[in-house]
Design a protein around this ligand. Structure first.
Ligand SMILES: Nc1ncnc2c1ncn2[C@@H]1O[C@H](COP(=O)(O)OP(=O)(O)OP(=O)(O)O)[C@@H](O)[C@H]1O
Ligand SMILES: N[C@@H](CCO)C(=O)O
Length: 293
């Protein structure tokens, strides 16, 4: 049996995330009050299960081992899952971070959070889910740099989660290789204004900034009812409406009170007979937490 850290069972709680916010493709993200909870436990090598491992977990363990330049401690994992899969709410980021943080703790914390972020961003292929999941709040990610701010609790994220699954990988493949300069400028202008609104907590000024040319025009056709829900949501007073991550979740931001937006969406969904779930979520300003258990 291998030597393991004496603290050999950890509970890792990872928040869901919403990203892009319209014009902030691959750049903006926020952590939400919906969680995946992982138990990561050291095991005796000889008890290892012969089952093929989860491919994402296998890949994550390999990346951790490469970074620490050593074989990792054998472990088993379970997840109590609230985050719906392939719906643009950061379920894959939660898997990668849950495993990385648990394995790091089992190994006596050889890596700091910035190093975990680097590994998880690399594995995901983009940093905008893993950054808020790890640090909480609203985050802006750039190459090798990130900034974050708290989000006040008067901002509500009203998520409509349709039954349609959209894997991120296929949803990225349909994006264009080039963008027109005029459209890039408009995205830049809106995204910059949006960032200031979040950092200065001027949430009401967010209204009108959610128009995007980078990804939504290519992805939204897969969700035929999006336009009707956007009109309903904005008419009911939402500050903005956007495709969360690569979809399929359609996100409305409500200021101070989400009731009108939720009610209007429920009525429209009933009228259109569209199956799915509405989740009223708050910002999570803590990010990933890990405790010995
Ligand atoms: N609770 C879970 N248990 C096991 N695997 C999971 C779980 N949640 C997510 N996954 C893995 O993550 C994949 C979904 O990742 P994908 O990147 O396509 O979507 P997402 O992360 O939910 O959305 P987005 O990246 O747009 O926010 C699933 O196919 C599965 O392999
Ligand atoms: N920014 C990424 C997020 C995926 O969750 C995308 O939209 O493809």
């Amino acid at each position: 049996m291998r030597a393991t850290n004496h603290k050999n069972r950890w509970l890792v709680k990872v928040p869901a995330t919403t990203t892009n916010f319209g014009p902030g493709f691959d750049t903006f993200g926020a952590a939400l009050s919906l969680y995946n909870e992982f138990i990561i436990e050291a095991i005796d090598d000889s008890l290892s299960s012969p089952d093929p491992p989860h491919p994402m977990v296998f890949e994550t363990v390999k990346a951790f081992e490469k970074k620490i330049q050593s074989a990792s401690i054998p472990f088993k994992w379970t997840v109590k899952s609230q985050i719906p899969q392939a719906r643009g709410l950061g379920s894959s980021a939660s898997i990668r971070l849950g495993i990385l943080a648990g394995l790091n703790a089992l190994s006596g914390n050889p890596l700091n959070r910035e190093e975990l972020l680097e590994i998880a961003s690399e594995l995901e292929g983009h940093p905008d889910n893993v950054t808020p999941a790890l640090f909480g709040g609203f985050t802006i990610c750039g190459p090798a740099k990130m900034l974050r701010c708290r989000i006040e609790s008067k901002l509500f994220f009203v998520a409509f989660v349709p039954q349609i699954e959209i894997p991120t990988e296929s949803s990225r493949r349909i994006l264009p290789a080039e963008i027109k300069l005029k459209e890039a400028i408009q995205n830049l202008q809106r995204a910059t204004l949006m960032a200031i609104c979040f950092f200065e907590k001027k949430y009401e000024t967010l209204s009108g900034l959610f128009v995007d040319y980078f990804h939504e025009p290519y992805r939204l056709p897969a969700i035929p009812f999006w336009e009707k829900l956007r009109d309903t949501s904005l008419k009911a007073g939402a500050l903005g409406f956007y495709l969360s991550g690569s979809g399929s979740t359609l996100m409305s931001l409500a200021y101070k009170n989400p009731t009108n937006v939720v009610q209007a969406l429920k009525e429209e969904l009933l009228k259109l007979a569209i199956p799915g779930e509405i989740l009223v979520l708050k910002p999570d300003n803590l990010g990933l937490r890990i405790t010995h258990c």
